[in-house]
Design a binder for this molecule. Structure first.
Ligand SMILES: *Cc1c(COP(=O)(O)O)cnc(C)c1O
Length: 393
């Protein structure tokens, strides 16, 4: 069916437009501006081996395809594969490149679930990782072994915000013909575009900023490499980790405001970070947009538009006990796992998101027991500051 609106799929160069229009057109049958939810398990064949592109919803679903086309469009990439969760995306990524006796290089500060997947599951199958301080690209180079089959970095890292230089590490990966994936969950394509910086794969927990409303869990792998995309697709179908039609539909709506949200998250976060930096009870604060941030220069170079996202972390005088007091006293900020939504969320990595990491390792990589992670939401920043101020008293 010809449709004049199909033209808009020829992506605009502006992310704000692609957030809204990539991958969808008004419904060809009714004109409905939002696509229908294809809530179906299976699809009728016309004849043996003749179908309309869909056979079974573990393999693919029209709504999931629309979300994939949108996410690929936003990233200006060849394709995207969407998963039921971010961890399903990470699992598929690792299973695609690694088998028995293979080696993975992973940046040392990563989402706790990624560490758990490697150390408590994949290790059993003979897959081992070196967790490397990738803020120094030379350390990545030194960690490469004959059997290294994948490099996975997260930047900014969850929860300390440590940065890794994507261009430099991608160059090292290319020289050694090792694929490199970047977990871009904290910034999204509005602020950082790893594929343009030389990475092969972008990994997302769409649960966070891409959905943005705490409505769904989900994940995505995005790439310009058709063989990699085919393998991710095959492995997703094989293990059965596809996104559900309803969640895909919700994410397709949430992502429309991504660019707008990322800018406002960043503007709120710099206000909150500046407040915390000047508060006498705060001993340390990490936000890539602050001049005091140890990798401020790299943040300026790698992050786009002068924005640095909505995530920050800080420590208060008095360590763990005082930190717990603050987290128990906030009322506007919600004490919860997760991040990247319109609601401000406050998290204690040591007992929540990063609990799977060995306490001594946690200390070594800067996740102290008193560290507080804040996902600055889209409430008025003065309300967020007032709430933190009363909790710090
Ligand atoms: C949350 C998160 C994940 C895991 O995603 P889920 O959707 O919770 O499975 C992976 N990486 C980062 C950086 C995250 O914050």
């Amino acid at each position: 069916m010809t449709n004049r609106y199909a033209k808009k799929n020829l992506a605009s160069s502006f992310i704000a437009t692609r957030n809204i229009h990539s991958g969808t057109i008004p419904d060809p049958y009714t004109g409905a501006i939002l696509p229908p939810i294809y809530q179906t398990a299976t699809y009728a064949l016309d004849e043996i081996e003749q179908h309309k592109g869909y056979t079974y919803s573990r393999v693919s679903n029209p709504g999931v395809t629309m979300l994939e086309n949108r996410l690929a469009g936003i990233e200006d990439a060849l394709g995207a594969i969407c998963f039921a969760t971010g961890m399903a995306a990470t699992t598929t990524l690792l299973l695609t490149f690694l088998s028995k006796d293979d080696h993975l290089i992973c940046s040392d500060v990563v989402y706790g679930g990624t560490v758990r997947l490697i150390e408590q599951l994949l290790n059993k199958y003979g897959i081992h990782a070196s967790f490397v301080d990738a803020s120094d690209p030379n350390k990545v180079k030194q960690a490469i072994k004959k059997n290294t089959k994948l490099i996975l970095i997260e930047t900014p890292a969850n929860p300390t915000l440590k940065l890794n230089n994507i261009s430099k590490i991608s160059k090292i990966a290319q020289e050694h013909k090792i694929p490199i994936a970047v977990d871009n969950t904290f910034l999204t394509a509005s602020i950082q575009q790893p594929l343009r910086l030389g990475a092969d794969i972008v990994l997302y927990s769409t649960t966070k900023y891409i959905d943005g409303h705490n409505a769904t869990v989900g994940g995505a792998l995005i790439s310009n490499n058709s063989k990699m995309l085919e393998d991710f697709d095959f492995n997703r179908k094989t293990v059965g980790s596809i996104q559900s039609p309803f969640n895909a539909w919700l994410i397709l709506q949430g992502v429309k405001t991504l660019d707008l949200r990322m800018k406002q998250h960043s503007e709120n976060a710099i206000q909150v970070a500046s407040f915390l930096e000047n508060h006498k009870k705060v001993s340390q604060i990490f936000y890539p947009g602050l001049k005091s941030f140890p990798q401020y220069d790299l943040a300026q170079e790698q992050h786009m538009g002068g924005y640095h996202g909505g995530m920050l972390c800080f420590e208060v005088n008095g360590g763990m006990d005082k930190a717990i007091e603050v987290m128990n006293k906030v009322t506007l900020c919600t004490l919860a796992e997760s991040l990247g939504s319109v609601e401000t969320l406050i998290t204690h990595p040591a007992t929540m998101t990063h609990k799977p990491i060995e306490p001594s390792v946690r200390q070594k990589i800067g996740i102290s027991d008193g560290l507080i992670r804040l996902s600055v939401g889209l409430e008025h920043y003065k309300d967020i500051i007032n709430d933190l101020n009363q909790a710090l008293k």
